[in-house]
Design a protein around this ligand. Structure first.
Ligand code: AVI
Length: 322
């Protein structure tokens, strides 16, 4: 039997093979987050151009009481479930407020990464010694199912950080349909959506002046070199970001600056690149309110309320099953 890390390696190799054999070529942004990628994402969140994290934090810190009330958090004991552990900065604002209201709840971060869960648990245990924490490791749906068999309390599920934006439209709907299937009628879902706005504001969030986003994308080539024995020369690729105001999608590409051949040992294969051929790296979908409402309805939910930052750059949308 393969160890789980060997299995993960195969999936990575399979996905790289599929992506680089396609026309147009693509790589999945879910592989951005090795140690260096996670560090670079922390840097991105601090960039002046990357407004998303600041907007969501402003909502959480400026409207904590309103969010608490909308959750109906005082009525009965509940589980506060977070999909994707993150660094907990936004969630800690809610947790702090909830603890001060003296309500009974358990915080349940779910993540595929053991390290991310350990980091967050450590941080929250120090910050909130009285908080009940139960971690679930694994993919979101399986972990939710497992957790459901351990607790029959009402569930409030957080999916923050505009992570839904990294799914295409059909994939986003499939995701919410699957989530609805494991939710009870009185559970709630609280989602972070980045909103459509001045295209220049969006574009500069993905094309920052310090080139951190470029390094974040390039790091996936470094990861493929290291883990799959490839020979990508980073200088022969350049990062290109676009925003398309009709479909509301920001997209990142790595452009091959010249005709070149890259070989990947683990795949026993070479890949040809034409001059200025793109590798599609990531979608960051931006929403408007109609898109959010349509998506909720199509996935078996209705929008119970939206919370906005002062600039209307971002919304945290509260959905209930219908
Ligand atoms: C994690 N995700 C929501 C980020 C985004 O905005 O799409 C990832 C990212 N890519 C480039 N900058 C940030």
């Amino acid at each position: 039997m393969q160890s789980s890390s060997a299995t993960q390696q195969n999936t990575f190799a399979d996905d790289v093979l599929r992506g680089l054999s396609s026309d147009p070529k693509f790589l999945s942004s879910k592989y951005f987050y090795d140690d260096e990628g996670s560090r670079l994402f922390q840097e991105i969140m601090k960039l002046p151009e990357y407004y998303l994290t600041k907007s969501e934090f402003e909502i959480f810190s400026g409207q904590t009481k309103e969010i608490y009330e909308a959750f109906g958090a005082s009525s009965a004991e509940f589980d506060l479930i977070e999909l994707g552990a993150g660094d907990g900065t936004k969630t800690s604002v809610l947790v702090d407020y909830f603890l001060k209201q003296d309500i009974a709840f358990t915080y349940v971060p779910i993540d595929i990464s053991e390290e991310a869960l350990n980091f967050l648990t450590e941080k929250f245990r120090t910050q909130f010694p009285n908080l009940l924490i139960q971690t679930e490791r694994g993919d979101y749906f399986r972990a939710l199912e497992t957790f459901k068999s351990k607790s029959d309390k009402r569930k409030i599920i957080l999916f923050l950080g505009s992570n839904i934006g990294n799914f295409g439209k059909a994939q986003a709907q499939d995701f919410f349909v699957s989530l609805r299937a494991v939710m009870n009628d009185d559970d709630l879902l609280f989602i972070g959506f980045d909103l459509q706005k001045d295209p220049r504001t969006i574009l500069s969030a993905y094309d920052d002046s310090q080139n951190v986003t470029a390094a974040f994308n390039m790091n996936l080539l470094t990861r493929i070199n290291r883990e799959l024995g490839a020979n990508f020369i980073l200088e022969d690729f350049s990062h290109y970001a676009s925003y398309h105001p009709i479909d509301g999608a920001a997209r990142s590409f790595l452009m091959s600056r010249k005709v070149q051949t890259v070989s990947i040992e683990a795949l026993n294969k070479t890949f040809e690149f034409a001059a200025w051929e793109p590798i599609f790296m990531e979608i960051s979908q931006k929403y408007n309110l109609k898109m959010i409402e349509d998506l909720a309805r199509a996935s078996g939910f209705e929008v119970a309320g939206n919370f906005y930052d002062n600039k209307n750059f971002y919304t945290n949308s509260l959905w209930k099953p219908n």
